[in-house]
Ligand binder design. Structure first.
Ligand code: PMP
Length: 381
């Protein structure tokens, strides 16, 4: 009977592109050192938890009603935070938010991609982008990064002009490499985007700054270019630096016109009253929540230095420059064996990036000691 029902379910009309696909996601395992999805290892403090619990309780009293569809109070708080963090002030109407920056990106592709249109990015990069494209029937084009994982502005400009995408995704710092883009490269891509003709309009450039707060001193944010380019969106998240991955809050800043297009494709009430309350409560504590970012940056730089001092059969390990809360390193003949060996020692990292490379998220000092000890043992560094 079971095989009869399997037979029946295998005949569901999943559309081409979806049929037979596995859902995206890294393993969620119960091990002591979780260093595989770039989470912040520090849970919210008791003080933050208390504010969140109080504000959620207040919101709970109104849950018979749909939440505020425009959530301008949250957008205003996010605008204030962005002004403090980047020095660039935008109006609340220039901010958009959704359930994680994953959903923000989906809104962008739903609004600006679609059949007959293409999205362009530069690989290796975040592995969800092709899925947003697939789910919005947008053609996916992977441009290339250089061997040091930077984006050459001339190569990028040529790719934009050749493929005429309606959406260009730049990731800075990039996942999984940690590479940031200089302003000059973002500018070059924005200029090329203005020369694209998508039904008479220029292309939209999205700079995904999910890891923006971890950038090293002196590295700019694309926020600075917003007033110059009405076709630019800068995306951020509360999942990483804010240590709030479980709350699912991502957001972007862009021109009012761009945000108004996103308002058309969102589902009504997509951001629950509980989510809005959690995000606003957390933003009241942004200073406390972000206090760990400096510690994580220092731990990251120390991890890079340590990895660079190691040799594999007499050859120094390769370690990508990183402005994020993770490090990509390699290269191993059998990276899966190294990954498995670390997991056997309670350290979960990620098999991603070019062949032979591995990515480790920055955890607590204890996590990093466990990681280093395990790696020395497993890889014989
Ligand atoms: N962009 C990049 C580059 C990411 O690495 C991630 C998370 N891994 C996201 C966006 C999505 O994060 P979230 O949906 O939690 O905001």
């Amino acid at each position: 009977e079971r095989s009869a029902s399997r037979e029946r379910s295998s005949r569901l009309p999943a559309r081409p592109g979806i049929a037979g696909m596995e859902p995206y996601g890294a393993p969620q395992l119960d091990v002591p050192h979780l260093l595989n999805v770039n989470e912040n290892p520090y849970p919210p403090s008791a003080e933050v938890v208390e504010t969140i619990a109080r504000d959620v309780a207040a919101a709970a009293g109104g849950l018979n009603r749909y939440p505020n569809r425009e959530f301008l109070a949250l957008r205003s708080d996010l605008a204030d935070y962005l002004a403090t963090e980047s020095g660039v002030r935008v109006a609340p109407e220039q901010v958009w938010a959704a359930n994680g920056s994953n959903e923000v990106m989906l809104h962008l592709l739903q609004a600006f991609g679609g059949p007959g249109r293409a999205a362009l990015s530069f690989a290796p990069t975040y592995s969800m982008y092709p899925e947003y494209a697939r789910d919005t029937l947008t053609e996916w084009i992977a441009g290339r990064r250089e061997t040091d994982f930077t984006v050459d502005p001339d190569v990028a400009t040529a790719a934009v002009l050749e493929h005429q995408p309606s959406v260009i995704l730049l990731t800075s710092p990039n996942n999984p490499t940690g590479t940031t883009l200089p302003s000059s490269t973002v500018r070059a891509v924005c200029e090329a985007a203005l020369a694209v003709d998508v039904d008479g309009a220029p292309a939209v450039v999205v700079v995904d700054e999910a890891y923006g707060e971890f950038r090293r001193d002196g590295v700019p944010s694309a926020m600075e270019l917003l007033s110059t380019y009405p076709n630019l969106a800068v995306s951020r998240t509360m999942s990483k630096a804010f240590a709030l991955a479980g709350a699912r809050v991502g957001y972007l800043a862009a021109s009012r016109d761009l945000v108004d297009v996103l308002r058309v494709v969102r589902l009504p009430y997509h951001l629950s009253a509980v989510t809005q309350a959690v995000a606003r409560a957390a933003l009241k504590h942004s200073a406390t929540l972000l206090a760990q970012v400096d510690a994580l940056r220092a731990e990251r730089d120390a991890t890079v230095e340590w990895l660079r001092s190691r040799q594999l059969a007499g050859v120094p390990l390769e370690v990508a420059d990183t402005d994020a809360n993770f490090v990509l390193f390699g290269s191993f003949d059998d990276r899966h064996a190294v990954w498995q060996g670390l997991l056997d020692r309670g350290v979960l990292i990620r098999e991603t990036g070019p062949d032979g490379w591995l990515r480790v998220s920055i955890g607590t000092p204890q996590d990093m000691v466990a990681f280093k000890d395990a790696l020395v043992e497993v890889a014989g560094l």
